[in-house]
Ligand binder design. Structure first.
Ligand SMILES: [Zn+2]
Length: 241
């Protein structure tokens, strides 16, 4: 299996260890959290530059920022060994109830950039693709393993509902778009037939069988000899006859 890399993910890691990037390993990515920047018109590059400048001023962060032009990873999740990002406050309990863990310890965070001159339709395409790729990488089910910041922390947060509303989409629509993208981008390659005997040896045996085939007196015997010859063709990686 492989995944269609439609877009480039640019690694631009924050300097660490710092407050925003403590460089702590993410044990296992168990689910994904959808965010938006809440700061219309600021681009992925601008957000990451701001995080880098303020890396020791506060701890809040995210793994990836997505706009209509770029996908930038500022804390490793998809381009390097996964690390923790602090994107949902620890004292909410909905993540624990739903996934048995705190989002900061076991979830990836993706921020959608929108507003101003950012083409939201293009941003959204990349955002959906990033979630699909994360699901592919970590074996997650989009329908159960993606949540929104507003779902985990409804008292304080509304993201990513504003840009979704601008697109006329519900959170359920978004999750379904990710599921569809995961399906469309997953390339299944059929396994190569296992060759257990060389074609040369198989064909020698088949030539002995053909002598038996022509000497056979009844149709049943010929059918059986043909079946055996095809078994030899199969295990030597040759087409049946
Ligand atoms: Zn958020």
């Amino acid at each position: 299996m492989a995944f269609l890399m439609k877009y480039e993910i640019i690694p631009r890691y924050l300097t660490g260890p710092s407050q925003r990037r403590p460089k702590l390993p993410l044990a296992r990515c168990r689910f994904m959290v959808a965010h938006d920047t809440g700061n219309p018109s600021s681009t992925a590059a601008a957000n990451v530059a701001y995080y880098e400048r303020t890396r020791n001023d506060m701890a809040s962060s995210a793994h990836l920022f997505v706009d209509d032009q770029q996908i930038i990873e500022c804390i490793p999740l998809l381009t390097g060994a996964a690390e923790k990002a602090y994107h949902v406050i620890y004292n909410v309990t909905s993540d624990n109830a739903r996934y048995g863990t705190d989002a900061n310890d076991t979830a990836g965070a993706v921020e959608l950039c929108y507003g101003g001159s950012i083409n939201l339709t293009e941003s959204y395409k990349r955002y959906v693709w990033v979630f699909a790729y994360a699901c592919y990488r970590y074996g997650l089910n989009p329908l159960t393993d993606i949540t929104g910041h507003y779902i985990l922390d409804p008292a304080r947060r509304s993201d990513p509902q504003t840009p979704l509303r601008l697109l006329g989409k519900s959170f359920a629509n978004f999750v379904q778009d990710v599921a569809d993208e995961l399906k469309a981008c997953t390339i299944v390659t059929p396994p190569k037939p296992q060759v257990l005997i060389s074609p040369e040896d198989a064909n020698k045996l088949i030539s002995f069988l053909s002598a038996i085939y022509y000497a056979a007196e009844d149709e049943e015997s010929r059918t059986e000899v043909n079946r055996l010859a095809n078994e030899l063709r199969r295990i030597s990686g040759q087409p049946e006859e």
